[in-house]
Design a protein around this ligand. Structure first.
Ligand SMILES: Cc1ncc(COP(=O)(O)O)c(C=O)c1O
Length: 453
């Protein structure tokens, strides 16, 4: 990095007024690959994986720690290859994600197959491959038992619990009128606590089925670290209640799910606590809760499923300014119209996220205007309201930060717009890891019956 560079984070710098990701100039990337385009830093992904893993390992000396990043946050097979090389497992939800996880070469024993409505085909595929199945209902135990019998394989299972997060009576970021506890009760996944004991007892008595652990996922309700202490304490209480009725059975692994905020936390638009603080609060809450429930945590493997906190700041989205528009009356307005859309930054809609925007060729130029940065769909398409920006011209490249998690995975073809591709930056090299869609791709599934042709 040149001496004159200003660091935005570990992979983004400003050099001579231009935005760089690792050793690639963002404007050059936009020229070479076209816009809109997602761009991901390999270095940042590896760094995040190591940092999150180290944070949990440092706080859980009781046993091994494993990360099972959620595939849903970024479905790229190339990025999964990088995480495989880093030794990480994977949380999958449904048949598509299990297919992708197996296709990308993840060691099956490191995979957890989650999902709130699993069918027989998915369970057989998981058990046959040797992936762990995280049960969401009593009915799934029957599917697992049949799959074990049909395949001759041992089915390793965990139960997804629905702890009562008493103590988390603070408002959720999703909807401040709802508490975290109430929001979690409303969220469908998991086996109700009153049924979990029966399911566990049946599992322990079923040939070919091995109950190895328990799991819970609160999701990203709030960014403060103390929420994770409460989450883990309630999970431990649920674990204790379950184990109390199981004649000495103890989980060999406990999975605390994901939901940790991204470092810049675009949802609250302010920095999140460091992952080290979150891991410390979580591990401490779990340890104390287990002790209180009479369970010795020594030897219990801890698993976590980060999605957003792992991927978000690895990626930016580059777009091009197409048009500048201004009105002075009746209400003064100024718009910077770009070639992307809120459909390609879906967290604007789903999570009410606030993504920071940088003019890639004038990244440290003085702010000269306040404008709404908007997209090219017919929706409201407000990408950044009231952005403070330097003077701009059509053709200028804008970079939206923190687009590495969920933005591609949740993108849609609204208005018939082909979704962007993804470029992977590694040092000074850059290459496609997902090609951009074409208009033909968008309509490829359409069938016009002969009688309408
Ligand atoms: C079971 C499970 N684990 C992990 C995650 C990842 O959550 P996040 O990306 O907020 O870390 C999710 C997200 O919905 C999930 O459902």
């Amino acid at each position: 990095m040149p001496a004159t560079a200003t660091r935005i984070d570990d992979c983004l710098t400003i050099r001579d007024g231009r935005l760089w990701m690792e050793e690639c100039d963002a404007v050059e990337l936009a020229r070479r690959f076209g816009t809109p385009v997602y761009v991901v830093s390999e270095d940042q992904l590896r760094r995040n994986a190591r940092r999150i893993g180290a944070a949990f390992a440092a706080n859980w000396p009781e046993a091994e720690v494993a990360l099972l990043p959620s595939l849903k946050a970024n479905l790229s097979l190339a990025l999964r290859r990088i995480l495989n090389a880093e030794g990480l497992g994977c949380d999958t939800f449904g048949p598509g994600e299990l297919h992708a996880a197996l296709a990308s070469g993840i060691e099956p024993a490191r995979i957890s197959v989650n999902g709130s409505v699993k069918d027989a085909a998915l369970v057989i595929r998981a058990v046959e491959a040797g992936a762990r199945v995280t049960l969401d209902s009593a009915a799934e135990l029957d599917l697992v038992a049949s799959a074990a019998q049909a395949t001759g394989r041992t089915a390793r299972i965990r139960l997804r619990l629905r702890p009562d997060y008493d103590g988390l009576d603070m408002p959720s970021d999703f909807d401040p009128s709802v508490t975290v506890r109430a929001g979690a009760h409303r969220y469908k996944p998991g086996i109700p606590l009153e049924r979990a004991g029966d399911v566990a007892r049946r599992a322990l008595a079923t040939p070919g089925v091995e109950l190895v652990g328990l799991m819970a996922h609160l999701g990203r309700h709030r960014a403060d670290a103390e929420v994770w202490r409460g989450m883990a304490g309630s999970f431990a209480a649920a674990v204790g209640r379950l184990c109390a009725g199981l004649d000495g059975w103890r989980p060999s692994e406990l999975d605390v799910g994901g939901g940790y905020p991204a470092p810049r936390d675009p949802i609250r638009n302010e920095p999140a606590p460091p992952i080290e603080d979150i891991a410390a609060a979580l591990a401490s809450g779990l340890r104390h809760g287990l002790h209180a429930a009479g369970i010795d945590p020594a030897g219990i493997r801890l698993e976590a499923e980060p999605g957003r906190s792992l991927y978000a700041d690895t990626g930016i989205q580059l777009a091009t300014v197409r048009h500048l528009k201004e009105q002075t009356a009746p209400v003064p307005m100024r718009w910077v119209e770009t070639d992307t859309t809120e459909m390609f930054m879906a967290d604007l809609l789903i999570e009410h996220a606030h993504f920071q925007v940088i003019a890639a060729a004038r990244a440290d130029a003085p702010e000269a205007q306040t404008a709404d940065v908007v997209g090219m769909s017919c929706g409201f398409d407000l990408l950044v309201p009231d952005a403070r920006l330097p003077a701009l011209e059509p053709g200028d490249v804008l970079a939206f930060l923190d687009n590495g998690a969920y933005q591609d995975a949740c993108a849609s073809n609204f208005n018939g717009l082909p979704r962007p591709g993804t470029v992977l930056v590694s040092g000074s090299s850059a290459e496609w890891i997902k090609r951009p869609e074409t208009v033909e791709d968008v309509f490829a599934r359409d069938i016009v019956p002969e009688r309408l042709a």
